[in-house]
Design a protein around this ligand. Structure first.
Ligand code: SF4
Ligand code: ZN
Length: 312
């Protein structure tokens, strides 16, 4: 198998693109896909400051690496969830990567530790406030990413969601007809109201397998294990189903998610825009001022409850 571009020995084949690449051409292909995503979705420009949410996994570290290699001004934010060995290992991978890019590109890593603020790690906290762990985690991560982006004056927040993540999420949203979530499934969400950072997903054109190959070929040391809380989750089930379809018909995930994006783009001019919808329902939280639909945002409610139930 030879590289489709330069005809030397290929290291990876990409059935959905009917192509194979050597290491150099594959790295170029990945960078091109990200550059195309940034341009076609108007994500950000070279002068803007980007905050990348990093978990220690392949996608987010690859994203940080690619943005810096493409010449963007990107810093990282790591939220330490306090999930035993998993958090220790992922924190160590992020720190090691951050030290390297601080030296090579002058990039900075921001850190938020759940235990420091809530008095307990995510699992214990969720149990004490009687909420599912992943929903507690989602609320905390969304809140902290937005807070740091706004407080530290970043223009945009980037996450490492890839094609597999987005296709699986779309499948879940369609299966349950969650129309409100469907509206927000695009790879670029505007800063609709004051206090909300713009959010983008520059990896939406790349699959999980492609990003794992990119990380390995470019010697990015990442945590291979998934978060232990993800075990048995609906998202993993949807990914498995889509992987089976992809094996039978390469390009299924791309056709599904990109096709959805095409339809959304055509729909936008006549529909009420997301910005208008957000402006109609969001106002500053009475406690922290971050935008919320309630009087007090769900993060502040959660922390208030944590104060009453978490032993300190
Ligand atoms: Fe958070 Fe882990 Fe659940 Fe993901 S799987 S939402 S990282 S607790
Ligand atoms: Zn609040």
């Amino acid at each position: 198998m030879n590289c489709t571009k330069c005809k030397t020995k290929a290291v990876i084949d990409l059935p959905r693109h009917n192509a194979a690449f050597c290491k150099g051409c594959f790295t170029g292909f990945v960078h091109d896909q990200v550059a195309r995503a940034i341009k076609s979705e108007w994500m950000f420009g070279k002068e803007e400051r980007i905050l990348v949410a990093v978990s220690g996994g392949k996608d987010s570290l690859a994203l940080w690496n690619i943005l810096l290699k493409l010449g963007y001004r990107a810093d990282g934010l790591y939220v330490d969830l306090g999930i035993g060995v998993y958090s220790e290992q992922s924190h160590a991978k992020v720190t090691k990567f951050a030290e390297a890019v601080a030296t090579s590109h002058g990039a900075t890593l921001h850190l938020h530790t759940v235990e420091q603020e809530a008095g307990a790690g995510i699992k214990e906290l969720a149990q004490l406030i009687h909420r599912p762990t992943c929903s507690t985690c989602g609320t905390i991560k969304r809140y902290q990413f937005n807070r740091v982006a706004i407080e530290q004056n970043y223009d945009v927040m980037a996450t490492g969601h890839n094609l597999d993540d987005e296709a699986a999420r779309l499948l879940g949203n369609v299966l349950h007809w969650q129309e409100e979530y469907l509206d927000k499934q695009g790879p670029s969400l505007p800063a609709s109201v004051a206090g909300f950072a713009k959010k983008v997903k520059p990896l939406y054109r790349l699959s999980e397998r492609e990003l794992a190959a990119y990380a390995v070929l470019n010697r990015i040391d990442y945590i291979v294990e998934e978060c232990p809380m993800a075990k048995g989750s609906k998202m993993l089930q949807y990914k498995e189903v889509l992987n089976r379809l992809e094996t039978e018909s390469p390009g299924t995930k791309q056709t599904f998610y990109w096709g959805f994006l095409d339809k959304q783009r055509k729909k936008q001019p006549t529909a009420i825009t997301m910005t208008e919808k957000d402006r109609a329902v969001l106002h500053p939280c009475a406690s922290c001022s971050q935008p919320t639909t309630a009087e007090v945002c769900s993060y502040c409610k959660m922390m208030a409850k944590a104060k009453t139930v978490v032993p300190r």
